[in-house]
Design a protein around this ligand. Structure first.
Ligand code: C5P
Length: 422
C-alpha cells in the first residue's frame, strides 16, 4: 500500500502549459488512495478548467481568495492546514517568486504562505526563465526556507527551445511526494511561545473519555458474503480525531472501513453489530458516547458455515433477525450511562421529524440529522449538511467538510457536558 493512502494533498495548479499534466497527477495520487483538493490560479484556468479538475479529484475546486461560499464551507487558512502535503504543479516562475518574497495576493500564494505543511514544488517554465538570476535567487531562497523540489527536467519545451524547464512527469512527482511523507510528519513547527495563547483554556475535553463508533457493520450470510451499507467511516473517524485533538481519551470502535486509524485514538476493529456492542460495553465507562456507525439493522439468523451454493432454480431465502440497537442500549444503561449520548439519523425523507422521533425513542441527548439521499452525495463524500436536534430545539448548520462538522460537534458536546455538570 502506498504511503499516500488516506493522505490529503492540497494541489496548487499554476498557469503553465504543463498544467495538463496535473490532471494525470490527480489520477495517480488518487489511485494511491490520497484525496486531492485542488486550487487553480487565474492563469491556470486558461490551461485546464475547474470542471475537469473537479471531475478528476472528486472534490470542489477552489479558485478565489474572497469567496464567501468557500469561506463558509472551509476557511482558506483551514484549507492550507487541512492537508498532509502541499504540492505545487506546475510551479511557475511567477508563483515561485511570490512565495520566495512572501507575497500573498491571491488564493494560491496566500495558501502557500499560510500553510503549516511541507511544500513540494514541480517547476515548469521556459529555460531562460529557469536560468534567469532572479529565478535562481528565488529557488535557492525557497530551498533555504524548506521548500522541496522535483525537476525541472531537461528536454524540448513547448516553445521549441531545448534545456531545463519541463515539469517532472506525474509519477516522478508522486515518488517525490511519497518520499517526503515517508520521512515522517510534514507539519512545520512554530517557534515556542506562539500559536497557542499562553493563557488559553485547557483543551475542551481534557480528562474526558469519549467512545465513538464509526463505519458500517458487516453481517455474514456465509463465509464469503455479507450484508452491509455504504458508510465510509469518514465522519465517525473525523469525530474521533477532533475529540482526540480536544484532549479527550478516545476509543474509536470501527466497523470495516478503507481509511486509516485515527492517530491519538485507540481503535478497536469489529465486523458485526454484536461485536460493536460488545466493544462499546467493554470501553465503558465514558463521559460521552457518539454513535456515528451505520449499524446494519438486521443480520441473517444463522449464517451458513460453508459457502451457500446455487442449487436448482430457487434462490435461497434469508431469514433476518434484528440486531441490537447499540445507541438505544447505551442510552438506557443505568449507572454506566455516559453523561452525554449522541446519535446520528441518516434519512432520505422527513429528516427532522424522523430525527426527533429517534431522539425520543432511543433516549439520547442529541441527534445529528443528515440527509443521505443519493442527491446529497453525503455517503462516501467529503462534506455533510447536518441539523442538530435536541429536546425542543433544532439548529441548522451550513454545508461543511466532514472534519469541520466533527470539530463543531465536539465543541458542542464539550459545552453540553459542562452545562450538565453545573
Ligand atoms: O434507527 P437508525 O438506524 O436510523 O438510528 C441511527 C442511529 O442509531 C445512529 O446513531 C446509529 O449509530 C445508531 N444505531 C445503533 N445500533 C443499531 C442501529 C442504529 O447504534 N442497530
Amino acid at each position: 500500500m502506498s504511503i499516500l493512502s488516506g493522505k490529503r494533498i492540497l494541489l496548487v495548479i499554476a498557469g503553465g502549459i504543463a498544467a495538463y499534466k496535473s490532471l494525470d497527477l490527480i489520477r495517480r495520487l488518487r489511485e494511491r488512495g490520497a484525496s486531492v483538493h485542488a486550487v487553480l490560479t487565474p492563469a491556470a484556468q486558461h490551461f485546464v478548467t475547474p470542471l475537469s479538475v473537479a471531475s478528476l479529484s472528486g472534490e470542489k475546486v477552489h479558485t478565489e481568495l474572497f469567496s464567501l461560499t468557500d469561506e463558509a464551507e472551509m476557511g482558506h487558512i483551514e484549507l492550507s492546514r487541512d492537508a498532509d502535503l502541499v504540492v505545487v504543479a506546475p510551479a511557475t516562475a511567477d508563483l515561485l517568486a511570490k512565495l520566495a518574497n512572501g507575497l500573498a495576493d491571491d488564493l494560491a500564494s496566500t495558501l502557500l504562505l499560510a500553510t503549516d505543511k511541507k511544500v513540494l514544488a514541480a517547476p515548469a517554465m521556459n529555460l531562460r526563465m529557469w536560468l534567469h538570476p532572479a529565478t535562481r535567487r528565488n529557488i535557492s531562497r525557497l530551498r533555504e526556507d524548506g521548500v522541496e523540489f522535483t525537476g525541472p527536467e531537461e528536454g524540448e519545451m513547448a516553445c521549441g527551445e531545448f534545456g531545463p524547464g519541463r515539469m517532472s512527469e506525474p509519477l516522478a512527482i508522486v515518488a517525490a511526494a511519497e518520499k517526503i511523507l515517508a520521512a515522517g510528519d510534514t507539519a512545520i513547527p512554530l517557534p515556542p511561545g506562539v500559536g497557542v495563547r499562553p493563557n488559553a483554556k485547557k483543551s475542551a475535553l481534557a480528562g474526558k473519555r469519549v467512545i465513538v463508533t464509526s463505519g458500517p457493520t458487516h453481517e455474514p450470510i456465509d463465509p464469503v458474503r455479507y450484508i452491509a451499507n455504504r458508510s465510509s467511516g469518514k465522519q465517525g473517524h473525523a469525530i474521533a480525531a477532533a475529540a482526540a485533538r480536544a484532549g479527550a481519551e478516545v476509543i474509536l470502535v470501527s466497523g470495516p472501513v478503507n481509511i486509516p486509524d485515527v492517530s491519538g485514538a485507540k481503535t478497536v476493529h469489529v465486523e458485526t453489530a454484536r461485536e460493536m456492542l460488545d466493544a462499546v460495553r467493554a470501553a465503558l465507562p465514558a463521559d460521552i458516547f457518539i454513535s456515528t456507525a451505520a449499524v446494519a439493522d438486521w443480520r441473517v439468523d444463522h449464517a451458513a458455515e460453508d459457502k451457500v451454493k446455487k442449487s436448482g432454480d430457487a434462490p435461497p431465502s434469508l431469514k433476518l433477525v434484528e440486531n441490537p440497537d447499540i445507541l438505544a442500549t447505551v442510552s438506557q444503561l443505568d449507572a454506566r450511562r455516559p453523561k452525554l449520548v449522541v446519535g446520528f439519523a441518516a434519512e432520505t425523507t422527513d429528516l427532522i421529524a424522523h430525527a426527533q422521533q429517534k431522539l425520543a425513542r432511543k433516549k439520547c441527548d442529541l441527534i445529528v440529522a443528515n440527509d443521505v439521499s443519493a442527491a446529497s452525495g453525503v455517503m462516501g463524500g467529503a462534506q455533510n449538511t447536518v441539523h442538530i436536534v435536541e429536546a425542543g430545539k433544532v439548529t441548522d448548520w451550513p454545508r461543511l467538510a466532514k472534519e469541520e462538522v466533527a470539530q463543531r460537534l465536539v465543541a458542542l458536546c464539550a459545552e453540553r457536558l459542562a452545562e450538565r455538570k453545573s
